[in-house]
Design a binder for this molecule. Structure first.
Ligand code: ADP
Length: 263
């Protein structure tokens, strides 16, 4: 079979991700635009990925959309469930992955894969902002920082200021009152990361922890959360370099499987 290009779009709540795959095997290009569903993000991500690969839309056999905004993704040929795409993407990046923890902008998922990489069970929190990227964004704003600054701050902490509220709104007030007391910012950030880790660990434990554990989604880029979750679960966590693009990669693999079936 000649090279077949498939394109995966993961239209998230905060970020649009696009990835082009060559014959289900080789990543040709990827793009990530920090603007999610309902914005120009999906279109810009698609254009940027095509540009980087030196391709036109018509060179691509199929565009598969996944993520929160998949139903309204411009230019998509079909859609695929987020869970299937995250499982496919994580398995491609780390084939031995058995537990996948995906924390995005507005939900957290725990997936269990069998040794062949098939999704066998999952649990999801999409009802509450606590334990998601949204929680971290709210806290970063209160601290006048970017989410991308948080891991480095956490690494400087010598202790921790724990956050006891589980609700995002109450936790925000708690952070503000800690700031008023003049606590150390790195220690406060560590407490914020621990709060996300505690929520996530309870989801993962309910599913059952089978090693190796892999983390995907945008929050996997925050090494402070990854370290806190490793501690909470008492197990090492592997983070692939394209962690935030795992869903888009899975969508491109889904598209490739669809094309292969039709031939
Ligand atoms: P969605 O698909 O819902 O848009 P993502 O999986 O793209 O979600 O993750 C978005 C989240 O990732 C943000 O809420 C933020 O907490 C986190 N994030 C994004 N970029 C970074 C970064 N550079 N460093 C740390 N965290 C990040």
């Amino acid at each position: 079979m000649d090279d077949v290009l498939t394109l995966g779009m993961d239209v998230g709540s905060t970020t649009s991700k696009c990835l082009i795959l060559r014959s289900g095997a080789e990543i040709a290009a990827a793009a990530l635009i920090p603007a999610g569903t309902g914005t120009s993000g999906p279109r810009r991500a698609l254009e940027e990925a095509l540009d980087k690969a030196g391709l036109k839309r018509e060179d691509v056999a199929v565009v598969t959309a996944t993520g929160y905004g998949r139903a309204t993704c411009p230019g998509a040929d079909h859609t695929a469930s987020e869970l299937s795409c995250h499982a496919l993407g994580a398995h491609f990046l780390i084939p031995e992955a058995r537990t996948v923890v995906d924390i995005g902008g507005q939900d957290a998922k725990a997936l269990r894969l069998n040794p062949e990489g098939k999704l066998v069970s999952f649990l999801m929190n999409d009802k509450c902002a606590a334990g998601t990227g949204r929680f971290l964004e709210v806290m970063a704003r209160v601290l006048e920082k970017e989410v991308s600054d948080l891991a480095e701050m956490d690494a400087q902490a010598t202790g921790v200021v724990p956050i006891s509220s589980t609700c995002t709104v109450f936790a925000e007030s708690e952070v503000i009152s800690q700031l008023a007391k003049g606590v150390s910012l790195p220690e406060l950030v560590k407490g914020i990361h621990m709060s996300v880790a505690v929520r996530t660990a309870s989801l993962v434990r309910r599913l059952g922890v089978t090693a190796p554990v892999v983390m995907t989604g945008g929050v996997a880029r925050n090494a402070g959360v990854v370290r806190a979750l490793e501690k909470e679960l008492d197990t090492p966590i592997r983070v692939p370099p394209l962690a935030q693009l795992a869903g888009a990669l899975g969508a491109a693999i889904y598209g490739w499987e669809h094309v292969r079936e039709k031939r």
